[in-house]
Design a protein around this ligand. Structure first.
Ligand code: ZN
Length: 238
């Protein structure tokens, strides 16, 4: 039987929540250990708006199926960061060649985007009385983004805490675990019911595909994000 940790229960957390598998697992992780949990999402003209719609479905179904978490789940906040699209466009007209990266995203993607997200999240957290930010950043499966690495986030935690003159802890429960271990973590936190919710309601596919249902959930099955999720699920169920 999973016993939730007691040490942090008095604190309030803000979860960076995209509606994908990783951030849904992070949301459950936060609901398991903090007294109050709010969510934040960023609208920056994503490839697929389906992910933003999935956010609300996941929140609604967590509330409906996990009553002990429902009482802790507070407000959702959506920040309009469409200016990131402008920065990306500018980069496209500059001297960087457009090419696809190994992670399936074009390199026109805003460098340091995660630093911006966490800084906006910290500003909101401060105003909401939260002292913990929770994000699904992971070094194990994505080597691509230097602003998702553990040392980057440790440095940012110090910078934010100094800059706000208040403690702002950055928690990244998935940082050093594999995708298979992420499925195991969600099972430990919410049992089979949580994994069923993750399979049915979360979205990971880069192409925004939600017509094909696989054992691991909805998606095209062939983009890098789908492959990663499928491989992790296969390993988890093996
Ligand atoms: Zn896909």
């Amino acid at each position: 039987m999973h016993v939730p940790p007691q040490a942090n229960t008095a604190r309030k957390a803000l979860v960076l929540f995209s509606g994908g598998q990783d951030s849904t697992t992070c949301l459950a992780w936060a609901l398991d250990r903090y007294a109050e949990v709010e969510t934040i999402g960023f609208d920056y003209g994503q490839r697929h708006r389906i992910e933003l719609e999935c956010r609300q479905t996941v929140r609604a179904n967590i509330t409906a199926r996990f009553p002990h978490w429902a009482a802790k789940l507070g407000e959702d906040h959506m920040l309009d960061l469409s200016l990131l699209g402008q920065i990306s466009q500018t980069a496209m007209t500059e001297n960087v060649a457009i090419e696809m990266q190994a992670n399936g995203l074009p390199n026109t993607f805003v460098p340091g985007r995660n630093l911006l997200f966490l800084t906006f999240a910290a500003t909101l957290a401060y105003r909401r009385g939260a002292s913990v930010l929770v994000g699904g950043m992971c070094e194990t499966d994505y080597s691509g983004y230097p602003d998702c690495r553990d040392n980057t986030l440790k440095a940012l935690q110090v910078a934010l805490s100094l800059g706000l003159d208040a403690p702002m802890t950055l928690e990244t429960p998935l940082m050093f675990i594999t995708k298979a271990q992420t499925w195991q973590l969600s099972e430990d936190l919410g049992g089979a019911a949580l994994n069923e919710l993750i399979i049915e309601d979360t979205h990971t596919c880069y192409l925004g595909e939600r017509t094909q249902r696989h054992a691991w959930g909805w998606g095209c099955g062939t983009c890098p994000a789908c492959e990663l999720r499928a491989r992790g699920y296969a390993e988890y169920t093996a």
